[in-house]
Structures are given as C-alpha cells and as structure tokens.
Ligand binder design. Structure first.
Ligand code: KIV
Ligand code: ZN
Length: 519
C-alpha cells in the first residue's frame, strides 16, 4: 500500500530568506491560507525571535489558519524557544522546530563550542521545548557535513529527549542523490530509537540536485519532505513543493507514495508566491515555468491536450493552469464576475478592498483593451501593499525629458501625517530625476541595486511592471514593485514602496545574537 509523505512547507521561513524577499504581514497570511488550501501538513510560519514583525505574523497565522500544523523555528537556546512558543501557542496544532549546528566546521566557527557541549545543549533544549508541546522537531544543521557517529548520537539523544520529528538538512546543498540515500539508510541502521520519530529531509539546491536528493531520501525511509513553493530559499533555494508532489503523483508506478497536496492548487499557489516574492519563475522551471507546457515548435500546451498523463506528459489542468472556462474581465464585467475572478486567483479581500480593486480595474480598462489575469494580479498585489499604512504616498508627478534637454521631475508626496511635500530635481534621465526628487523629499538616500521593467502582457497598451531593489547603509535590501500603463509613474510608485519598506523595516538581523556564548 502507498505510504504518505508529509509535506512541511517552509516558504514563509527559509523561502523568505531568499536575498531580496520580504513578505508583508498581509502577504504572509494570504500565503499561509493558500498553503492550507493546497494541503500541506505543516507550515513553518517564521522565526519569531528574528524580529517583532516575524513574531506578529506567526501569531496571526496561528490564530487564523487552523487546518494545518503551524511551526516556528528556534535555535537551541531558551529565548528562541520561548519566542517560538509565544508565536504558535494559539495554533490548532503547534510545532517547535529546534536546530543546532553539528558539523565540525560550523561547531568551531559559528558556535565556538565543543561537540559534547553541542550535544548537551541540543538535548536540554529539545527537552525544554517539550514542556510547551509534544510536537517537537529537531534539526542537526549542516547534517551532511557532520561526522556520522556524532550525528547518530545527537539524533538518538534528541529522540530520547522528546523530539518526534528528526529533520536532516543538507544545509549547504552538498549531497549527491545516491550518496544521500545511503546516508539515510545508515541513519536508520545506526540510530537505535529512530523508529520513534518521523524522519524528514531538508535539501538546498546549490548543485541543482535538491528534488533528486529529496526523492532519494524518501526512497530510503524518509516520510517528511521540507519544501518551498517555486523552490525559493536561501542561495539557490530549497526543494520545490511542486516538483516533489508532481514527481510522486506522475511516477506512482515507480514511487509507492502519496502526498495530500491538492495538485489543482499548484499553479495558483505558484503564481501567488511569484507575485508576493517578486522573484519571477524561470521560463523553463519544471512544473510551473511557462515553457513547461510548450513544445519545441512553439505549439501551446493546450494543443497537446489529447495526450494523456500515462505517456509522461503533465496535464496543465492537473496543476490548475486556467483553461478556456476562465472568467473574462472587461469594462462591462460586473462585480460578481470580478469577485469570482479574485477568488479564483487565490485572494481573499474585504468588501472595501474588493471595491478599490474593482475601481482600479475599471480605470485600467479605459486605457487597455484586453485585461488578463496578470493585470488583475498586479493590481491586487499593489493594493495589498498600499493598504498597509504606507509612510509616504505619491500624490502628483510631472516629468519633462527628451534629447537635448535636462530631465526634470516635480513631485508631490504625502508624508506619514498626510501633509503635502513638494520638490523638484534633475537627473540623467526622467526616472533618475524622479528618484533624486524622492530622495530630496524623504531625506533617505538608499543605493539602487536593481531596476527592471517588463510588460505584464503583450501589446502597446500593456501595463509596465517595474521592480526595484534598494539597499540601506547596513546592506539590507528592500523590493518595490508597481505596475501602470505609464512606466514613469510605475517607477515612482515602486520606489515609494521600497522606501516605505525600508522605513518600516523591523528586522535587525535574521539571526540576532541571543547571548555572546550561545549559537
Ligand atoms: O538549511 C538548514 O539547515 C535550515 C535549518 C534551520 C533546518 O534551514
Ligand atoms: Zn534551509
């Protein structure tokens, strides 16, 4: 009989550690609800000690997302575990995830401890976590570069201390599939009490092997896979949810497992993460990349729909790619059609938010003949961000530019109190002039590290989507994104959003120091 593989999603924790990604609180809740809808077993909602913002988001998710286990990350120190519990204590099924570095190199350079002390600390902190909940996961960080005998001892001791899930991370993305399989077989052979815990795998994609490594681990006894949507995550990312779920489903002839993932929600979930993270999905990304359903000659996927899955083709409908029956939104569409479209795209809006979004779509339909889902998604994402008490808002913008003239921008912004502030500046081009004027008005002069414009849809009336990244003096990065038919206005709005994120940033650091001697 097929065995269940538990899906532990860490998009909101490890996924958010991708350089440049910072979900807003509202996006985090939206994502958590979608993860619940898609059927993950555990949501790692955050790392509460890392910032007040993370703590607040974990608390909200714990209260509002009741159909799945909610997990919070903690280093093996009491303050982290207390914070993790504070974040998840109201969850329907809370889990504390305790980790400590176990490879010699990390013990020496990051923890500056000896292995025996690391083992004692892991055991006492797992035991400490069990005072709050019996649902405790332990991760020996950098497990694949850890001395195997030490790894077996620390796993065995942590199970005795009460850990019910043992997660084995390939933290630096170093493993090779066959070797990784053997590695798990050895864990099962050498840890005498391993049958008392569920064994989990957490892989990183530095060598492009993490889905293969995860499947190899599963074939060698692992029953929980740690994943992120679209594979976003630290450095080259984490194992992608959709790849593991669809590999298990598509190759059930060979892999005798199943997951509870509702594969019809994959496309929608992937799109939500793409828009919220600002990380575009590569065109040839397995399962969800837009070329996944195109064939060599450029023929579109739906022209191939007469083929069936038994021949290895992944049916686009199987992952919920919208087909002909989609609702068309135009100037003539009513509110109900729009409401249905919004629900279909995976957003939950209040009546007031829906009304604002509806007005924005109507305004767009005056400028653009064909409105498609990408236009609507862009507006909804914009609105989600706009509604979160922006510090500065753009009121008016006027630009003059051309050849043989100095680009000049005159801007009016509203400050956090609602007061109007006006200034003008020149620049090397119209967008530079706008950004110089914004810097003068806000008094903030960040470094612009990335600027990109893409057309959301085809055609000369397309909305231009501007994505920018700015850095503050400490090197923290903030993304701003906006779409408009006028790219100068989109550029100004994207910059305002990034500045607001910088102003509202509550993140001192991802891994704050708890005490000088601790990890
Ligand atoms: O990659 C890693 O080791 C982690 C741990 C915190 C599980 O993300
Ligand atoms: Zn990780």
């Amino acid at each position: 009989m097929a065995e269940k593989i538990y899906i532990f999603d860490t998009t909101l924790r490890d996924g958010e550690q991708s350089a440049g990604v910072a979900f807003t609180p509202k996006e985090k809740l939206e994502i958590a609800k979608q993860l619940e809808r898609i059927g993950v077993d555990v949501i790692e909602a955050g790392f509460p000690i890392s910032s007040p913002g993370d703590m607040a988001a974990v608390k909200t998710i714990s209260k509002e997302v009741r159909g799945t286990s909610i997990c919070a990350l903690a280093r093996a120190v009491p303050a982290d575990i207390d914070a993790a519990w504070e974040g998840i204590c109201e969850a329907a099924d809370p889990r504390i995830h305790v980790f400590i570095n176990t490879s010699a190199i990390q013990i020496e350079h990051q923890l500056r401890m000896d292995p025996a002390t690391v083992l004692d600390q892991a055991v006492s902190m797992v035991r400490y976590a069990t005072k709050f909940t019996s649902n405790v996961e332990f991760s020996p960080m950098d497990a694949t570069r850890t001395d195997p005998q030490f790894l077996y001892s620390i796993i065995e001791a942590c199970i005795n201390a009460g850990a019910t899930t043992i997660n084995v991370p390939d933290s630096v993305g170093y493993a090779i599939p066959e070797e990784f399989g053997t590695y798990f077989r050895d864990i099962f052979k050498n840890v005498s009490n391993i049958h008392r815990a569920r064994v989990s795998v957490h892989a990183h994609n530095d060598l492009g092997l993490c889905s293969a490594n995860t499947l190899s681990a599963i074939q060698n006894g692992v029953r929980q896979a740690e994943v992120t949507v679209n594979g976003i995550g630290e450095r080259a990312g984490n194992t992608s949810l959709e790849e593991v779920a669809m590999a298990i489903r598509t190759r059930k002839d060979f892999l005798n497992y199943y997951t509870d993932i509702n594969h019809k929600e994959i496309y929608r979930t992937s799109k939500l993460i793409e828009t919220c993270s600002g990380m575009p999905i590569q065109w040839n990304k397995a399962i969800v990349g837009k070329n996944s359903f195109r064939h060599g000659s450029g023929m579109h996927w739906d022209e191939m729909s007469h083929q069936d899955e038994t021949r290895g083709r992944i049916d686009p409908e199987a992952i919920g790619v919208p087909q002909g029956a989609q609702i068309i939104i135009s100037k003539l569409s009513g509110r109900q059609a729009f409401r249905d479209k919004v629900a279909y795209l995976g957003f939950e809006l209040t009546d007031e938010e829906l009304e604002r979004a509806f007005d924005a779509v109507q305004a767009l339909s005056d400028k653009k003949a064909n409105i498609d889902d990408r236009d609507i998604e862009a507006i909804l994402i914009d609105q989600m961000r706009d509604l979160e008490n922006p510090a500065w808002t753009l009121d008016h913008i006027q630009v003059s530019a051309g050849n043989n003239t100095t680009a000049t921008a005159t801007l009016t912004l509203r400050d956090p109190t609602g007061a109007i502030v006006k200034d003008a500046a020149t620049g090397t081009g119209p967008i530079d002039a706008v950004y110089q004027a914004m810097n003068r008005i806000t008094g903030i002069v960040p470094t612009l590290t990335e600027f990109s414009i893409k057309a959301i849809t085809e055609g000369i009336d397309a909305q231009g989507e501007v994505t920018i990244r700015i850095e503050d003096e400490k090197g923290n990065m903030f993304i701003g994104r906006a779409s408009e038919t006028d790219i100068i206005v989109a550029s100004a709005r994207a910059y305002t959003k990034a500045l607001n994120r910088l102003i509202y940033s509550t993140r001192p650091s991802r891994y704050p120091v708890v005490n000088a001697d601790g990890p």
